[in-house]
Design a protein around this ligand. Sequence first.
Ligand code: SAM
Length: 267
Amino acid sequence: MYDPKLYREACGYFLRPHTKKIINYYSNLLNWNQNENILEIGCGDGSTTIEVLVDLISKNVSNFNYLATDLLQPMINLAKNDYFHERVQFKQADILDEELWLNYKECFTKIFSILCFMVVPNPTIWVKNIYNVLKQNGQIFLILTSTNPMMKQHLSLSQQEKWSKYQKSNLFLSDYFLSDNPTSWITQHLKNGGFKDIQQYEIVYDTNLKDFKSAMQFVKAFTSLNENIPEELKDEYLNEMCENIEKEVLNDEKYSYISYDFITARK
Ligand SMILES: C[S@@+](CC[C@H](N)C(=O)[O-])C[C@H]1O[C@@H](n2cnc3c(N)ncnc32)[C@H](O)[C@@H]1O
């Protein structure tokens, strides 16, 4: 799905700085308690967890526990290896695992998830799981990206005859990306799952992926883009993607923009 080390590097180009700006800008929407028990879903390599989220929480809460989870053991290994914080535990866990999360019923006061739910299928299951593990009146904070140059190209190439036969089961998994209106798609799922006081904001920034080289440096971390493609064609797929990004940006400089959905809600 990801190369963890390359992901950490790629994330530093714009994803982590953008996330930091968004979290800090909307931090007034967070109502802190003296004691917080916090869950993060899809923490990845741990850099955003420690450098952005835990950094903010430490400035606002004196007593907190933080459970940072991710589907991929290699991501958790990298996080554990490079980041130690006495209040943070990194753990491999799948948010779609219904049995596991029964053990955490109404445990958490806040749930964070950054750039994760757009790659998780079965929204009914993950919405149910996060609802059940949240305490009454607890808050969720989610950031997703609905459109960016890499995904625009991935969706477009995956429809071409040459690539469609390999990519049928690999569209980055969530219908969020395929929806005409991703923001209302996700808020509707949250509403159906029982969440209230839903607020959502769309934020647009520039990725600066404007030429072949910068695009390639970024996309090669996302191994799920071409994981179903035969080994000998993988490079060709990524080359085509990055050449197209460069061409599209020459036509329209806004092609390199990335759009984020920031969503908060309460149980
Ligand atoms: C784009 S990365 C974001 C990582 C990190 N939050 C950040 O902001 O850099 C998405 C993460 O979601 C994780 N993920 C995907 N499906 C998941 C699932 N079913 N349960 C938990 N984590 C999942 C992936 O392993 C990956 O680390």
